[in-house]
Design a protein around this ligand. Sequence first.
Ligand SMILES: NC(=O)c1ccc[n+]([C@@H]2O[C@H](COP(=O)([O-])OP(=O)(O)OC[C@H]3O[C@@H](n4cnc5c(N)ncnc54)[C@H](OP(=O)(O)O)[C@@H]3O)[C@@H](O)[C@H]2O)c1
Length: 239
Amino acid sequence: MKAIQRVAVVTGANRGIGLEVSRQLAMTGLKVILTSRNPDQGLRAVDQLRHVQYDVDFFKLDVTQPADIQALRQFLEREIGRLDVLVNNAGVFLDPRDPRKAGFLTGKIDTLEATLEVNLKGPYRLMQALIPLMVKHHYGRIVNVSSGMGALSEMSSGYPAYRISKTALNALTKLAAEEFRDQNILINAASPGWVKTDMGGANATRTVEEGADTITWLATLPDDGPTGGLFHDRTRISW
Ligand SMILES: NC(=O)c1ccc[n+]([C@@H]2O[C@H](COP(=O)([O-])OP(=O)(O)OC[C@H]3O[C@@H](n4cnc5c(N)ncnc54)[C@H](OP(=O)(O)O)[C@@H]3O)[C@@H](O)[C@H]2O)c1
């Protein structure tokens, strides 16, 4: 009997950590649906991976657009027939970078709303649309790409919109994990550390390979793997 080829969707995968997670998942033999909001950039990223014979398709997805999410669900249902892995990687950091301008009192509600739209509501919409496909085959792995900046256990000051969005993403992770615990759908959050990407900047201490590693590991957990946790370097850390 031919082994099932598992199928993964990665959001915000045209660059940075999302592109590297796509590469790592494809390298383990998964079919990857690489998504991005900009089709030209997404197709360029797909070309890069196909070049090395990986099984990668492109789908245009802006995580703030419910119509894009519904189109993705239909594509998966009609053309692919299944979904096994969802990596909610797309994210924005919209607070001012200057810490003197990124305090609690100067935080703009508009910035918070725009951040939540991508970092929280996007993953929630995608999970609502795509978990039913996982339930059908009694298999699913979801990784929400969070941040140490959202962990209440190490909450510091500054950058309120980003921090709040990642704390809320952690709550979404735990809530969904509890609901689907008995259906072989393992839902976890990952903190990649400070990674050299457009968001992390050139001074960051980690490579994209290092940042993506725990995400890939959580996306390919065995059936007896953990669910409802926050992980850094393949180790559970406190929320
Ligand atoms: N780098 C770090 O140090 C670090 C640390 C902790 C957590 N993280 C998290 O890791 C994830 C990836 O970040 P990164 O460092 O790789 O950042 P990045 O290089 O800035 O990449 C962010 C990705 O998200 C996409 N994106 C933004 N808004 C989107 C939307 N509405 N719909 C679809 N895609 C959208 C971007 O697409 P465009 O190219 O179209 O803008 C881009 O592909 C994020 O969730 C981030 O919060 C990063």
